[in-house]
Design a protein around this ligand. Structure first.
Ligand code: IPM
Ligand code: MN
Length: 353
């Protein structure tokens, strides 16, 4: 297959983990005979410094012309600590989501047996947990009308029926391919927007009789996720709730540095790690490249290239089993591996298959 990939490495540890993500993608392309080209583009703090815009037009065009975007992370503490900053790196991320119409954010929550001891939850509660959160990504409070004054301010949690319907369709499709259990998370006991979500879902569920649909308030869902995460198979929710619940999801497995995600919608899909830009780790060769590498696996799988995705997942699992791990997940007393060494080990593994 011929694929053009736009590479947006961004800030912090982004460029280092991206280097490994691209190396693995190239190794897979060579092994399976795919013709993949890469085009780098600016985004985030880096782009503000260079051209004054966190998601420049040129980057947008590079994304539009690509078949897929491999994205790393954006963010820089110099903006976080300056409330007067007019442009922020995060705006680049939001602009990318909106302009590419990336309304569906797919965030898997998976456990890796060898990392369960890192989970803040008890082994018997979290072992085997395996669900995906489908977060609506271009609506709700993030993009609704807002006003910011010194005495009052508001954000609007605005959703239309078509917006709710299209994200629910994505969720049902995932549920059908998995354990056929969909949990619609909302706050319909309080919020009008949530009642619209629930109404649309209740109408649509008759079209998917093979999928068991249940409804859960978001506060209850947050609790259930730590009490009984195995309850969930596919969860679907609005933008803000999804933001909060997916952070919770990524940490309960003890493998935050390992979780990839996909954002899909109207234009080019984007594949990126769930974790952020970790500025403190920048340039130290200690960042875990696995979430970035697994994002490449999701990219291949998106194009129906299952064997390619599978080989990446197998190589990642093998690296963990061989204790080839970055410091934050290294077993005590084990050898130390850096970002580059872990990436190289995975490339070698792929080449040898
Ligand atoms: C995420 C992040 C972003 C969000 C920030 C960086 C704007 O937290 O992708 O979850 O809130 O969506
Ligand atoms: Mn978030």
């Amino acid at each position: 297959m011929k694929l053009n990939i736009a590479v947006l490495a961004g800030d912090g540890i982004g460029p280092e983990i991206m280097e490994q993500g691209v190396a693995v993608t190239k190794a897979i392309a060579q092994k399976f005979g795919h013709d993949i080209s890469f085009k780098e583009a600016l985004c985030g703090a880096h782009a503000i410094d260079e051209v004054g815009d966190p998601f420049p037009e040129e980057t947008f065009q590079a994304c539009m012309q690509a078949d897929a975007v491999l994205f790393a992370s954006v963010g820089d503490p110099k903006f976080d600590n300056d409330p007067t900053a007019k442009v922020r790196p995060e705006q680049g991320l939001l602009a990318m989501r909106k302009k590419l119409g990336l309304f569906a954010n797919i965030r898997p929550v998976e456990t890796f047996d060898c990392l369960i001891h890192k989970s803040p939850l008890k082994d018997e509660i979290v072992r085997g947990a395996d669900f995906i959160c489908i977060r609506e990504l271009t609506g709700g409070m993030y993009f609704g009308q807002k006003q910011e004054g010194t005495e009052e301010a508001f954000d609007t949690n605005y959703y239309t029926r078509p917006e709710v319907e299209r994200i629910l369709r994505v969720a049902y499709q995932y549920a059908r391919q998995r354990r056929k259990h969909l949990t619609v998370v909302d706050k319909a006991n309080v919020l009008a927007s949530s009642r619209l979500w629930r109404k649309v879902a209740q109408e649509m569920m008759t079209e998917y009789p093979d999928v068991e649909t249940d409804f859960m308030y978001v506060d209850n869902a947050a609790m259930r996720m730590i009490q009984d995460p195995r309850f969930f198979d596919v969860m679907v929710t609005e933008n803000t709730f999804g933001d909060i619940l997916t952070d919770e999801g990524s940490c309960i497995t003890g493998s935050m540095g390992l979780l990839p995600s996909a954002s899909t919608g109207e234009h080019t899909p984007v594949f990126e790690p769930i974790h952020g830009s970790w500025p403190q780790g920048k340039g130290l060769n200690i960042a875990n490249p696995l979430a970035q590498i697994l994002s490449a696996a999701m990219l291949f799988e998106y194009f129906g290239l299952k064997a390619e995705g599978k080989l990446i997942r197998e190589a990642v699992q093998a690296s963990l089993d061989a204790n080839v791990r970055t410091p934050e997940i290294q077993v005590e007393g084990g050898l130390q591996y850096g970002t580059r060494e872990v990436g190289q080990w995975i490339v070698d593994y792929i080449n040898q298959r």
